[in-house]
Design a protein around this ligand. Structure first.
Ligand code: SAM
Length: 278
């Protein structure tokens, strides 16, 4: 029988956030797959956990994935961790989960620290509907295309960003969404210098262009105001009248039905429909 892959979230800054279940799972696994074995070794040492470590990082997902898969198929249990936060969320792990699912290996996810949900919950922006956009691409065209696809996005948007790229990302966000769009810049969450700046994209750009930012950031950007639905056009209304006429309705009845469906004045629509049939 195969073993199980456990996805174990680790603290994003505050070691107190490692859950008892996460520590127990790390302690019970046969081995731990880690993004950076040195980072994870420190964490395991802190909690007095001794475990064999296997490297699983962005550039070895092929070979590393196959090694882990073989061991899981042979019946061992693996705990997957990343450097911080929830594995497989903008972190290596997504491919390994896919590989395990494809081979019928059980995958168990533990809930725990995650930068995106921590930032969203503290942002003060609407949380009912949101979209996680991860990191914007380095490549200019992909970046532009990504932002273009969000131009009319009404849900709250969450981006991860590295400090040295923050100012240029804010400039791109300003160009796409306008300087007045509200944003919460969540920095160093759960750490000593934790800070949440709730402002507009324009003011954020001014601030961080002037003082180069430090630390890790999540940007939570308000969605666009809902668009009013476009009123039905005259052409649409007449096309619908013609459709109903095709089904055998009299001109008068067709105009009456369409005026009710589209909320248009009945007499005006009837006059246009008469004109159309001349
Ligand atoms: N899988 C992790 C998670 O979802 O929590 C995220 C890993 S991703 C490689 C790293 C990014 O997460 C950082 O560039 C930053 O945008 C965000 N991040 C991680 N820890 C953070 C913290 N303590 N405060 C703010 N942002 C953080």
């Amino acid at each position: 029988m195969s073993g199980t892959l456990y996805l174990v979230p680790t603290p994003i800054g505050n070691l107190g956030d490692l859950s008892p279940r996460a520590a127990e799972t790390l302690g019970a696994a046969d081995f731990v797959a880690a993004e950076d074995t040195r980072v994870t070794l420190k964490l395991l040492n802190h909690f007095g956990i001794k475990k064999p470590l296997v490297a699983y990082y962005r550039h070895n997902t092929q070979a590393g994935g196959q090694t882990i898969l073989r061991r899981l198929l042979a019946g061992e249990n693996c705990a997957l961790v990343s450097d911080a936060g929830t594995p497989a969320v903008s972190d290596p792990g997504e491919e390994l989960v896919g590989l395990c699912v494809a081979h019928g290996i059980p995958v168990v996810a533990l809930p725990g620290p995650c930068a995106l949900t921590t930032a969203l919950s503290v942002s003060g922006l609407p949380t009912g509907r949101f979209t996680f956009e991860g990191f914007l691409a380095m490549n200019k065209k992909n970046r532009r295309d990504h932002l273009k696809s969000l131009e009319n996005e009404e849900r709250t948007m969450i981006f991860y960003e590295a400090p040295h790229k923050l100012a240029s990302t804010l400039a791109d966000l300003c160009r796409t969404f306008g300087a007045e769009r509200p944003v919460a810049l969540c920095r160093e969450l759960t750490k000593l210098h934790e800070e949440v700046v709730r402002t507009t994209l324009g003011q954020a750009l001014e601030k961080y262009e002037a003082e180069p930012p430090r630390g890790e950031f999540v940007l939570v950007v308000a969605g666009a105001a809902p668009q009013a639905a476009a009123p039905p056009s005259q052409e649409d209304a007449l096309a619908r009248v013609a459709q109903l006429r095709g089904k055998g309705l009299s001109l008068k009845d067709a105009a009456k039905q369409v005026s009710q469906e589209l909320g248009l004045p009945r007499n005006q629509l009837y006059a246009l429909a008469v004109e159309q049939e001349r």
